[in-house]
Structure formats: C-alpha cells, structure tokens
Design a protein around this ligand. Structure first.
Ligand code: HEC
Length: 107
C-alpha cells in the first residue's frame, strides 16, 4: 500500500510538469499504477492462498478464477466475515479497501 501511494504521489507530481499532449512521457507512468485486479490478486495470494493451498486446495485463487469466485469472496470477507480465517492472516484496513475496490469494478 505504501508503495502504491508513493507511485500515485510520484505520478501526479510528474504530470504537473508535463504537457498533456506529451503521451510519450505519460504512458510508462500509467502502467506503474497498479490495477484493482492486480492489487486484489496480491492480497488473495498473501492472505488467503497461504492457507487455502493446504486447507482448501479447491479454492486457491488465481488470476483466472478470481472473478468467478468473487461473489463467494465478497460473501465470506464482507458479509459473513468468516475469512480470512485465523488471526495471523488479518487484513489491514487498506487491504479491505483494495479488495472492495476490485469487487466494485465487477458488475
Ligand atoms: C487459515 C486458513 C484460511 C485463510 C487465511 C483463509 N481461508 Fe478461506 N477457507 C479456509 C477453509 C479451511 C475453508 C473451507 C471450510 C470453510 O468454509 O470453513 C475456506 C473456505 C473459503 C471459501 C469458500 C466458502 C464457501 O463454502 O462458499 C471462500 C470463498 C474463502 N475461504 C475465501 C477466503 C478469502 C477471500 C481469504 C483471504 C482474505 C481466505 N479465505 C483466507 C481457510 C482459510
């Protein structure tokens, strides 16, 4: 999260000194700012797959299945609050926000 904020700060200060017609300079910056899906995927890997790999191998999250599993993820994390299981895998407020941001990009 700190890295993401830094990137946003860097890219906005970068834009200030750049003419809006200079697309050559803008393109690489855009790719540096992480997409909601990629941010969510990193959280699913770090906070969910660590356990699912062993304890629930049928639901190991991947870039391919995370969208189809998103209704279940939403239900377990935000409605029932059953996941992530165990204290050592708690999500930080920033991680909750990033997961939600991704869920909101889906219809
Ligand atoms: C410490 C272990 C552990 C962690 C961490 C964990 N899970 Fe789970 N999860 C399980 C186990 C075990 C099951 C299967 C049994 C059950 O549903 O309780 C499960 C089941 C699920 C299911 C299926 C529920 C259903 O039956 O529909 C979803 C979805 C899920 N987890 C999402 C997540 C997400 C998202 C995270 C991370 C934010 C996460 N889990 C973190 C252990 C874990």
């Amino acid at each position: 999260m700190k890295v993401l904020m830094l990137l946003i700060a860097l890219s906005s200060s970068f834009y200030q000194g750049t003419s809006s017609t200079n697309t050559m300079l803008q393109k690489p910056i855009k790719t540096l700012v992480e997409s909601p899906k990629s941010a969510a995927y990193k959280i699913l890997v770090a906070k969910c797959n660590v356990c699912h790999r062993k304890k629930n191998p049928r639901k190991v999250f991947t870039l391919e299945n995370m969208e189809s599993l998103s209704p279940k993820i939403f239900k377990q994390v935000f409605v029932k609050k059953r996941m992530p299981k165990g204290k050592e895998n708690n999500l930080s407020p920033a991680e909750y926000a990033l997961l939600k941001e991704w869920l909101l990009t889906l219809n």
